[in-house]
Structures are given as C-alpha cells and as structure tokens.
Design a protein around this ligand. Structure first.
Ligand SMILES: Cc1cc2nc3c(=O)[nH]c(=O)nc-3n(C[C@H](O)[C@H](O)[C@H](O)COP(=O)(O)OP(=O)(O)OC[C@H]3O[C@@H](n4cnc5c(N)ncnc54)[C@H](O)[C@@H]3O)c2cc1C
Length: 446
C-alpha cells in the first residue's frame, strides 16, 4: 500500500461536475479502487479495495451512526456492553466534533418529527471535524485514518502515534505460525525494492479488510476448526433514490442543506429494521465550492433546484451461503461468491410508501432523465461488506470477545471481517470503537 493521499479526498481540491447530482467526496474512489477478486458463477459482489494508507477511509462519506440495541442484540453481550458503555463515546470523541446544526436542518428535523411521529429524527452524525470554538483550533476536516497516522508520525510528539512505523509499499503475503499457534513473523513483499521481508512483533493485528484478511488467513493456514474463515461475507441491503425540490416549494432553499437520520420508534430486528438518511441539498452537503462564482454557475445550471437523496439502510444477518476462497499463492485473486441478503424484501413496500410520502410532501420531482423508483445499492458498493472472520462465542466465532484469533495466542483481527452481522448503521463508528477497545486490551497484555 502506498500513501496515495495523506488526507481524506474531501479535504483536497475537487473536480466538480457543474449542474449535476454527484457524490463529490466519493468521486475519486472509482479512479483509485482495485478489483482484487474474481466473482464465482452467480456471484453479484461489486466491491473493491483501496490499497493505500488509510484504506477506504480516505474515500468514505463520514456518516457515523451508532448501532441501536436491537442491531447489537445478535452480538455477544460482553462486546455490546463495552460498545454502549464506553467505546462508542470514545470513538465519537476521536472522529466527530459536532457542529451546531444549521437553522434549515433544525426546521426540517422539527417538520419531520411532527409529520412522521412514528419515527425519531436526528441530525445525521458526521465524522467531520467542524469549527469548534471550545477547542480553540481550526477545523481539520473530514476524518480519515491516513490523516491520523500521518500527523502522528510526522509530529514531534514522541508518545502515541509518534512511535509508530509505517512501511509503505509492502504487500503482506502471509503469516508464519509455529506449532503452538503463535505467529512468529509476517511476510511482506517490498514492492519498490522487489524483495521479501519478514517482520516480527509480540502481537500481530490483522486489519486488511473483509476480503483481504480472509485471504491472508487462508493463505497462512490459520486455524479454522468450525469452518467459518471466509464464510458469510455479507453487505446489508441499501435502497435509495435521488430527487430534486424545485423553486417555489415550501422546503426549497437554493443555498441551504440538511442531513437527517430517522429510525422507527418501535424498530426491532423483525420490524422496521432500517435507518433512513434524508439529504436535502445533498450537493451542498457533499460539496465544497471554494469559488463563489463556481457555486453560482452550479446553481444556475440546475435551475436553482435542490438536489436530494433518500436512503434506507437495513440490518442483515450474515448470509451463510456466501464465501471468500483463496486458492493458490498470494498473487492469485481470491474467489468470491456473494448474493444479496433477503433482509429488506419484506419491508420493500413499507419503505417505498414512506419514500413516496416524504418526496410528495416535499414537492420533490425526478432528476432529469431519472425516476423516483427505489434503486438497490450494488453489493459492496460502499465497502460495508462484513463477516469473513466473525466475532462470536466458542464454536460460533473465528475471533473471541477480545478479537483474538482462536488458536493463535498473539494474533488479533480488527476490520469489518469481525462483524457477526451487517448492521443498519454504517459500520465505521463501530469499527473505530472496536479498534480503540482492542488497543486498550493489548496495552494490558504482558
Ligand atoms: C465511497 C465510500 C463511501 C463510504 N461511506 C461510509 C460512510 O459514510 N460511513 C461509514 O461508516 N462507512 C463508509 N464507507 C465504508 C468504510 O470506508 C469502510 O467500511 C471501512 O474503511 C472498512 O475498513 P476496513 O479496515 O475493514 O478496510 P479498509 O479501509 O479497506 O482497510 C484495509 C487496509 O488494509 C490494507 N491491505 C489490504 N491487503 C493488504 C496486504 N495484503 N498487505 C498490506 N496491506 C493490505 C489496505 O491497503 C487498507 O489500508 C464508505 C466507503 C466508500 C468506499
């Protein structure tokens, strides 16, 4: 992996598509993503890797909801309590300096609360470090691991991240394990010097992502007594549509935006098991027009309409028939078999009706050449695939409650592969919370 960008791409100059609906801050992912797998017959996976410092966190959208109690119900109790008691709050402290919501967003939220009282409506939590007078510093922008590691590494602070070493342009190809199960070294190819190196450490954390970590586990012959390594790769169903609000409608504001999260008040794993994300003026939410003239032209080109989006994200158990399999050496791409989770199917009519009501009440219209129909997000399209090294009790999990790989005393896993379900909540806050908890656990080890 290289240091492709040492900050989130949203913090860099952007290439705008004036007048069009576009996900500005995700735009570069398509250019830099790597398709490092082959789909087996019948597989619908469309995900990709980002082989760079910070991984896919330099391209992500920064939406960081917590998992609710009912999404966590399928997770081991010890981990649930750790997340709810401490780890979520610590992750939010790290990623999020909440801004005061803009007046337009507050008005939209209160209208949603009055009109759809069965749902609770919140400001969408975003991992954007906004201006925060209390800290007395300038806002550093959208959170990414690349920013965190780079700043830690180049600072003069000798503690914490200042102590870490980052070996760029190395591809890990396997872990060497002694007969007792201890990992004795990690083998990597230095892609610049074209030579193989071995690294040793007291503890090793595998964090290569759902696909690559399963690949490395299989390449290294790690223990798999329950046949769970690589099994169950799942991405939750995501249904969405785009629309516009033309001038003259009650909620039309050409220069404002709002991003809210809604959850049904009696949601559970079996009823209303989804989050709703509503973005009004989504192009401004995602955009960063430094030149006011550019923004003026953008508005004029779209006829001063507001570009908007509604998204339904579902909770899903792992799909046990799905798998990742590595056959052959590390240069061979792993095979993936992945089909969609049926978790959204019983609720399609419900969310379609809610979408129609909300867009109707907003006076929304289809975008030019589009329709208001719900679309299904591509499987793995925004890197929410989970589950190949799942967390669970003995017999049901590859890793234990401390994310330790069973059968390997000094090996831990910390990426989306450990998720035992694909939650409605976008996964990164939960992953950060798990990472902070793991770091604290490793500090207590001899
Ligand atoms: C466009 C987009 C929008 C998103 N929006 C959101 C959002 O709003 N909210 C949210 O919660 N999530 C979002 N996500 C998802 C989020 O970014 C991912 O879920 C998260 O980054 C996954 O973390 P990970 O550690 O499992 O994998 P990754 O981030 O992929 O990290 C894996 C790391 O391992 C390295 N690696 C892999 N294999 C090897 C190897 N063999 N040797 C050495 N290094 C290796 C990679 O270079 C990478 O640095 C989005 C993702 C994308 C792409």
């Amino acid at each position: 992996m290289s240091a492709l960008f040492t900050t989130h791409t949203a913090n860099l100059p952007r290439q705008y598509q004036l007048g069009q609906f576009e996900k500005h801050l995700w735009a570069l992912f398509d250019e830099y993503k790597v398709i490092n797998y082959q789909n087996a017959d019948g597989s619908d996976y469309q995900g990709a890797q980002a082989f760079n410092l910070g991984g896919r966190s330099v391209f992500w959208g920064g939406f960081i909801p917590r998992m609710t109690w009912w999404e966590l119900e399928a997770w081991p109790e010890e981990v649930r309590w750790a997340l709810e008691d401490v780890a979520y709050a610590q992750a939010e402290d790290l990623m999020y300096w909440p801004p005061a919501p803009a007046p337009y967003q507050t008005q939209v939220k209160s209208w949603l609360n009055q009109t759809w009282a069965d749902y609770a409506h919140f400001d969408a939590p975003m991992a954007v470090r906004q201006l925060n007078d209390a800290r007395g510093t300038l806002a550093p922008g959208l959170f990414s691991t690349a920013d965190l590691l780079t700043e830690g590494r180049i600072s003069t602070d000798p503690g914490g991240l200042g102590k870490c070493t980052v070996n760029l342009n190395h591809a890990v190809t396997g872990l060497q394990v002694d007969p007792s199960g201890r990992v004795t070294s990690v083998e990597a190819t230095d892609l610049i010097a074209a030579r193989v190196r071995r690294y040793q450490g007291k503890y090793v954390v595998l964090a290569a992502g759902t696909v690559e970590s399963a690949k490395l586990a299989q390449l290294s012959g790690l223990k798999d007594p329950y046949g769970l390594v690589g099994k169950g790769i799942t991405d939750h169903p995501v249904l969405f549509t785009h629309f516009s609000i033309p001038p003259g409608k009650q909620w039309h504001r050409p220069d404002a935006s709002s991003k809210t999260l809604s959850r049904h008040r009696s949601a559970s794993a079996t009823s209303h098991p989804y989050n709703v994300l509503l973005e009004l003026g989504a192009d401004l939410n995602q955009g960063r027009y430094l030149d006011p003239d550019t923004l003026k032209r953008h508005r004029a080109l779209k006829g001063d309409t507001m570009l908007c989006e509604i998204v339904f994200l579902f909770n899903a158990p792992l799909v046990e028939a799905n798998w990742v399999k590595q056959q052959g050496p590390s240069y061979v791409k792993p095979q993936i078999f992945m089909q969609k989770s049926p978790a959204a199917d019983p609720f399609w009519g419900e969310v379609n009706a809610l979408k129609d009501q909300i867009i109707g009440a907003l006076g929304g219209e289809p975008l030019e050449g589009g329709s208001l129909a719900l679309n299904a997000g591509a499987l793995g399209g925004v890197a929410h695939e989970v589950g190949t090294l799942r967390l669970g009790p003995e017999g049901q999990g590859v890793v234990d409650m401390n994310l330790k790989f069973r059968g390997h005393d000094n090996l831990f896993v910390c990426d989306l592969s450990v998720f035992p379900t694909s939650p409605a909540a976008n996964p990164s806050l939960t992953l950060t919370a798990l990472a902070l908890r793991l770091a604290q656990h490793i500090e207590t080890l001899p």
